[in-house]
Design a protein around this ligand. Structure first.
Ligand code: NAD
Ligand code: MG
Length: 396
């Protein structure tokens, strides 16, 4: 069996590290061909030492020079590149079989779209790509024969619970609804009055998952589930009214698919991202992911609740942006990225996140998704407006 060459976009992040852990377990099957990160040179160098990729990519020339020196001193053959063009080159390289898209936020759009245009196998964690440019991205996947495998745990569960030919249409496959589970995050039961002054540390302390800071805050505001509703819409061509969010605090059922005959299929497992990562890497085979057996006796019970739209206004904002269509989800995503960064920087209170997003959506007119340039322009305009609103809300 030929080893698969894997490019990891976002190698030093939570998904990147978990991906390397799965690759480490299967050196006969996978080779880390290119490791791409932003600025964590020390961590990336350690990864280069262990996996000796052909290429490493960092943000800019000075960082590339620094990493290159470290690699040369250690006698590594790794060539160090920098910038967005290098990310695109690694996502489309002729020797690459699979691309793990695990950059956080809008920064992942260009290389991931390029991977689709190059017809690669794409392991998609970077949900913001589909939120910003779902139509463009899915079109590129179809047009260029790329293989798209969802890594987000819920979408991976849905993928596993659908028939393999679901792309002919959910109705044709007898699907009635998609039930998208959500843990409810760290503030599911926090008194509403106390939400006004929660700290970034509290927001990042997720009860079930260890993740990057941005997605952790998104989970606390439930914007993560809102983004995932949009992600599910594009991945499975499912209309919004047939995507039901189900709060399930234990995060054991990763999502469900309901069929017209009343059958409901689900995928269960310990909350460990190595399961969906290994599934996507090996698809359609199965490989060991290093994940412990699910102990149902220990779990003992599974609970379900309806989502509280009053407590989590971000969820409604996402449904509304999806229904508006065009560039509205790109505006939602950009405003959310600015709001989350401001919250982590202590410049915006937690409850200011949905307010800032709503004001930005009201201020930036939505146009058709059209081309990548349209999406990037909507993204830039929304960031500009949202940043101005942050400054206005917090005078220096
Ligand atoms: P993280 O913050 O831990 O890691 C982000 C990675 O992206 C890092 O390697 C960083 O170097 C890189 N990066 C950031 N900005 C960049 C830029 N401008 N250019 C190049 N690289 C850049 O994030 P994460 O938790 O690993 O999440 C990554 C993506 O996966 C997100 O879109 C998230 O929503 C999605 N996701 C994560 C989880 C999880 O469990 N962590 C689960 C589902 C989906
Ligand atoms: Mg998820």
């Amino acid at each position: 069996m030929k080893r698969q060459n894997v490019t990891i976009l976002g190698a030093t992040g939570s998904i990147g590290v978990n991906t390397l852990d799965v690759i480490r377990r299967h050196p006969d099957r996978y080779r880390a061909f290119a490791l791409c990160a932003h600025s964590q040179i020390d961590k990336l160098f350690e990864q280069c030492r262990e996996f000796t990729p052909a290429f490493a990519v960092v943000r800019d020339a000075p960082l590339a020079e620094e990493l290159s020196l470290l690699c040369r001193k250690a006698g590594l053959p790794t060539e160090v590149l920098h910038g967005v063009a290098a990310l695109v080159a690694m996502a489309t390289h002729g020797e690459v079989d699979a691309v793990m898209a695990a950059i956080v936020g809008a920064a992942g759009l260009e290389p991931t779209l390029a991977a689709a245009q190059a017809g690669k196998k794409i392991l998609l964690a970077n949900k913001e790509v589909l939120v910003m440019a779902g139509e463009l991205f899915m079109h590129a996947v179809r047009e260029h024969g790329a293989v798209l495998l969802p890594v987000d745990s819920e979408h991976n569960a849905i993928f596993q619970s659908l028939p393999s030919d679901f792309s002919r249409g959910l109705s044709e496959s007898g699907v009635r609804r998609i039930l998208l589970t959500a843990s409810g995050g760290p503030f599911r039961t926090t008194p509403l009055a106390a939400l006004s002054d929660v700290t970034p540390e509290a927001a990042c302390a997720h009860p079930n998952w260890v993740m990057g800071r941005k997605i952790s805050v998104d989970s606390a505001s439930m914007m993560n589930k809102g983004l995932e509703v949009i992600e599910a819409h594009w991945l499975f061509a499912c209309p919004p009214e047939r995507i039901q969010v189900v709060v399930h605090p234990q995060s054991v059922i990763h999502s469900l698919v309901e069929y017209v005959d009343g059958s409901v299929l689900a995928q269960l497992g310990n909350p460990d991202m190595r399961t969906p990562i290994a599934y996507a890497l090996a698809y359609p085979e199965r490989i060991d992911a290093g994940v412990a057996s699910l102990d149902l006796f220990q779990i003992a019970r599974l609970d379900f609740e309806a989502p509280d739209f009053a407590r989590f206004p971000c969820l409604q904002l996402a449904y509304d942006a999806l229904r508006s269509g065009g560039t509205a989800p790109a505006v939602l995503n950009a405003a959310n990225e600015v709001a989350v960064a401001a919250f982590l920087d202590r410049q915006l209170p937690f409850l200011g996140i949905p307010r800032l997003i709503e004001s930005t959506l009201n201020a930036v007119p939505s146009g058709p998704e059209g081309s990548l340039a349209d999406v990037l322009q909507a993204d830039a305009e929304a960031r500009h407006v949202a940043s101005r609103l942050v400054r206005a809300s917090c005078p220096a």
